[in-house]
Ligand binder design. Structure first.
Ligand code: ATP
Length: 352
């Protein structure tokens, strides 16, 4: 099979399971993000792919050929670490072409390649500078250029942007994404920042606290159709309502009936389920109204952050959060009676 394949990959460090029975197929040319909370095994999975760790069990294949036992330096993968690991005693140009020097590439060829790569990461003219004379974002670009020098078959990045301030981080995310699109190199980025993953990836691998892969999909798929309550809660924010199944498309939550998008297979009447509804899908109307998919309550809090407005509604002890644009701001204030409307198509049923 073309691309990178992980087959039943399992990694244990003593009594700790760092990655559990991972099966993945990552086609060529994609920008993939490994996303999950701290300790879920993202870095371990990346290091296994890079050849810096060996799996306890399972196989890693590239284009159908096993690389499970291939040493890291023979895989021809480029890697950027969180620490960047630049050589402080070498110039920018020497850092970028270090891997070519180790491969005994001639000086003239190396210098030409350094100029090309520095141009690519918008650092033309920086070849003779010292690493200590660079800003955080410029160091980042040097590390990226260095990893790309060998024209890697896979480009692997472990939280390379986490040390940057928020603004620089966002601009580097776009830069990196555009660079990847231009080069077409298959890229895997590890991050615990869901916004970063949603911005950059065309394929997201969500890992859970049990060190298993929970869902693989496009950013929109994992946002709109989360596979379980962990993914729904981890990706963006969601109202997670506990209830029980009441037929083909209905869930009972307290004394309310919600018509839902669809009922997953294998759920029978009376089974406990969780309904996930994104705050931006909920409409708030002034006044208390009853009926299916309508939850009357009292406005308990309004958070206005300029670009959007969040309304917190207390519906008999159940908190519903809605989000709207300033233009679509509901005409309610704290303490008012109001009704949350939860459209059936936005009510996604997850197994509890
Ligand atoms: P973070 O976002 O905090 O970097 P992560 O998702 O990348 O976390 P890993 O670094 O892959 O997680 O670690 C997964 C688990 O494996 C953790 O419980 C960690 O403590 C453990 N672990 C990782 N490397 C080793 C090691 N060399 N020896 C022992 N345990 C390890």
């Amino acid at each position: 099979m073309a691309g990178l394949t992980l087959q039943d990959v399992h990694k244990r460090f003593g009594s700790v399971v760092a990655a559990r029975e991972v099966n993945l197929n990552l086609p060529h040319g994609r920008f993939v993000c490994f996303l999950g909370p701290s300790g879920c095994g993202k870095t371990t999975l990346l290091r296994l792919i890079a050849g810096l760790e060996s799996p306890t069990r399972g196989h890693i294949m590239l284009d159908g050929t096993s690389i499970t036992r291939t040493p890291a330096h023979k895989r021809n993968f480029g890697m950027v670490f969180q620490s960047l690991a630049l050589f402080p005693h070498l110039s920018v140009g020497e850092n970028v072409t270090y891997s070519l020097r180790v491969r005994h590439i001639k000086k003239k060829t190396r210098q030409k390649r350094a100029a090309e790569l520095l141009d690519l990461v918008q650092l033309s003219g920086f070849a003779d500078r010292h690493i200590s004379q660079l800003s955080g974002g410029q160091r980042q670009r040097v590390a990226i250029a260095r990893a790309l020098a060998i024209e890697p078959r896979l480009f692997l990045l472990d939280e390379p942007l986490s040390a940057l301030d928020a603004k620089l981080r966002e601009s580097m995310q776009l830069e990196l994404r555009m660079l990847q699109q231009r080069l077409g190199v298959t890229t895997i980025l590890v991050t615990h920042d869901q916004r970063e993953a949603m911005t950059m990836a065309d394929m997201v691998v969500v890992m859970g606290p049990d060190n298993r892969v929970r869902q693989v999909g496009t950013p929109l798929e994992i946002y709109r159709q989360p596979s379980d309550t962990f993914v729904a809660d981890f990706i963006g924010s969601s109202n997670l309502l506990q209830g029980s199944c009441m037929g083909a498309r209905e869930v009972k939550i307290g004394d309310q009936h919600l018509v839902v998008a669809e009922m997953p297979a294998g759920i029978s009447d009376g089974t406990s389920v969780t309904v996930s509804v994104r705050p931006e899908d909920i409409t708030i109307l002034p006044g208390a109204e009853k009926g299916n998919n309508r939850m009357p309550g009292t406005v308990s809090f309004i958070r206005d952050v300029g670009s959007n407005v969040e309304i917190y509604l207390n519906c008999k002890g159940l908190q519903i959060i809605s989000q709207s644009t300033p233009k679509g701001r509901p005409d309610v204030k704290q303490g008012d009676k109001a009704t949350a409307i939860l459209p059936a198509a936005s009510c996604i049923v997850l197994k509890s």
